[in-house]
Design a protein. Sequence first.
Length: 561
Amino acid sequence: MTDEQSKPKLNFIQQIIEEDLAANKNDGRVHTRFPPEPNGYLHIGHAKSICLNFGLAAQYKGKCNLRFDDTNPSKEETEYVEAIKKDVAWLGFDWEDRLLFASDYFERFYNHALTLIENGKAFVCDLSLEELRQRRGTLTSPGSESPFRNRDVAENIDLFDRMRRGEFPDGSRTLRAKIDMAAANMNMRDPVMYRVMHATHHRTGDDWCVYPMYDWAHGLEDSIEGITHSICTLEFEDHRPLYDWFLDQLHLHHPQQIEFARLELNYTVMSKRRLLELVQGGHVTGWDDPRMPTISAMRRRGYPPEAIREFCARIGVAKVKGVVDMALLQHCVRDNLNKRAPRVMGVLNPLKVVIENYPENLTEDLDAVNNPEDPSAGTRKVPFSRTLYIERDDFMEDPPRKFFRLSVGKEVRLRYGYFVTCTDAIKNDAGEVTELRCTYDPATRGGDSPDGRKVKGTLHWVSAAHAVNAEVRLYDHLFTLEDPSDLSEGADFKDNINPDSIKVLTGCKLEPSVSEVRPGDTFQFERNGYFCVDSDSTTEHIIFNRTLTLKDAWAKLQKKQ
């Protein structure tokens, strides 16, 4: 293989950047930005954009800004700003001294708008928003010009100044660009640049009564910051001519806008508006509910940032829309946790076991491996005693032929412990098994028999006298459909919420090594899956969220293919 063949294949954005660097465009600089609007928490789709923008800057020894497009005070909050900063940092990216806001530039935006007015390229319009919609036209028919389109410059400047000073009510006037009401691209049909809005801004307070529209602000922000490659998702492709028009009219530094396909993930919704509906409607406990596709929810559920970055790298960057299987994200998380998560034993649905021939007052400390994938993780001591808990599902009174776990008369191995044989099942008045009586073979300590006999079943367990009580929350997809947004007329996406998306188990029994865990600590409960200590946990009440089961649906699918 030649050196050329061994090079990783570049995506189309990297190809553009490399061509620009070869031509010394932008003096050889690469400067990107991640520009979220602080009107909600970030989701996994934003993680793709974060990784892309910060990743390109790192790859080409450039810079990446974290910039908030805070141009709509009616929906934006400081809470969202702080949450976004936390998410970006948690994913492993550093904006250094480049924490910026669109509101930093409000005065400059205003002055640029005055320049367009003076040049006859913008005008104050008195039409209502409904009248604007009616006059916009359709994809096949041109729009009609505003009767206020040809106001003279002086009147437009006076009205725009009075809009700024708050003389007019909300929605009564707008500032519009004067482009072409017959343009094939409807974004070019005299778009609104400013609207009157009497709302308190989270940073500027009540200083402003007019606020810029995204299409007007976005290109100016990029230009002011010296951005070279303005990378955004495909829904902004039709907005690019407007982005270019504004910068060309003002003769400003002109970044190149490049669009890529946004991330769509099955079994969830990726709209902040819909996610907000879930939060405000009480369908989830908050933006960080572990069933949500937000970055904060994934952090709370125990997804490592390295796994999310790996997922974003695997799905790549393309121009074509597509839906990614949730199983791939889970595979990346599972692969990461398998290598680094310490193992513990936890019984989620406990059934009491009494080993009748084990000494009543004896406790043994057995050696248990912390992580078989990482020998450097070492071992821990696990207490073993006469009374234990096993999973209720690990016992059957009348088992099928290939049931290799416990039943009366059957012998199994206790993980790191001994061979035990069930001798009796004790039931309550309702006929339910409440306790098992067993015997053990003292010669099988460590899980091996000196006489060479084999058993097929190995069970995890917890010593009853040493068990730590915990609450465990089991999660499934939040929605029952792969595409919850695929709706018939009159339907609501929330109708597709999975009623079984969370199951809360109380009275779970865990080995004592978890008694001093902290929120965010992640473990593999042997045979049960990966679990993370929830942020609501206290020393008196430990809560674990199931991050994932051990079953890897993605790996299984790849084997079939």
